[in-house]
Ligand binder design. Sequence first.
Ligand code: 5GP
Length: 179
Amino acid sequence: MGNTIQVKDKTFAVSIPQEKILSEVKRVAAEINRDYAGKEPVFLAVLNGSFVFAADLLREVDIPCEISFVRLASYQGVSTTGEIREIMGLSVDVTNRPVIIVEDIVDTGLTMAHMLETLKKHNPSSVDICTLLLKPGKLQINLDIRYCCLQIPNDFIVGYGLDYDGYGRNTKDIYTLVQ
Ligand code: 5GP
């Protein structure tokens, strides 16, 4: 089938086409442009998965801002390990500045909760979460997500920056695992 791909040992089918992703990214960027006008936010993109989303989002943001990158990981293969490791720390001073976290996907929400806790120690003036994808059915904690492009079912997805075992990040569309 033309709309399936093979990533290592697994088959994935297109679930969100590029046009849909980009229109939602533009919608969220417009919300940020409106809400953060005059505030000069610092975007903190969570590597690796958010690199494509961050690149598209930031090019739609037209207010003065900075972007920096942090690295966290909680996934190995297709299931969560429950362990969250901070691999790379903050390289920008966020003291008294509004921060927008840019994440690829919120699943259980544990990664974001950890990130919020870590960030608080650096005394930002405010923190908002901006995620490309949210699996509401998997959320384990009460998380205030101000900006969300798309809500998806509980299935495992790849593409547009998201990987399966390191592969599959380099697609324009988003794909869902075929069981
Ligand atoms: P959480 O801590 O919210 O459970 O997990 C967030 C992280 O898990 C994301 O940043 C992402 O790296 C990974 N993740 C969660 N669901 C998926 C998925 O469906 N596909 C991929 N590739 N990664 C996922």
